[in-house]
Design a protein around this ligand. Sequence first.
Ligand code: HEC
Length: 108
Amino acid sequence: MRKTLFGGAARAAPAFALALAVAAPALAEDEHEFAPLPPGEGAEETFYACQACHSLRTVTNGGYSRRVWDELLDWMVEEQGMPELDPEEREIILTYLAEHVGEDWAGN
Ligand code: HEC
């Protein structure tokens, strides 16, 4: 009985270890890939558009309404030298900011 039990565990162990090795980094990546930005649709676009000049903490300090984010994006382009975003990408980023780092955002 005992022998069977250990035999079974020994056979199962490598498969279990492999599953963990595959699953663990994927999970961590999902949760932290664009940190400190909260996860959500548009986090990737925002990450790459906004990290070039300053910490993303500058972004997560936010908590602005959509209108204010809209103005901030204009200000970033007109006064801070941010390359103009194409309209589709700007919309994705603006929606991300308003929904995920918007007025209800409590910070991280
Ligand atoms: C080309 C450089 C550049 C890029 C790209 C850029 N910023 Fe900025 N941003 C600045 C500078 C310069 C400041 C002012 C100095 C600082 O706070 O570091 C600033 C400040 C800010 C601030 C603080 C504003 C305030 O009132 O204090 C926010 C919020 C911000 N940026 C958001 C963003 C977001 C969101 C993006 C991406 C869509 C972005 N920035 C991309 C240059 C940039």
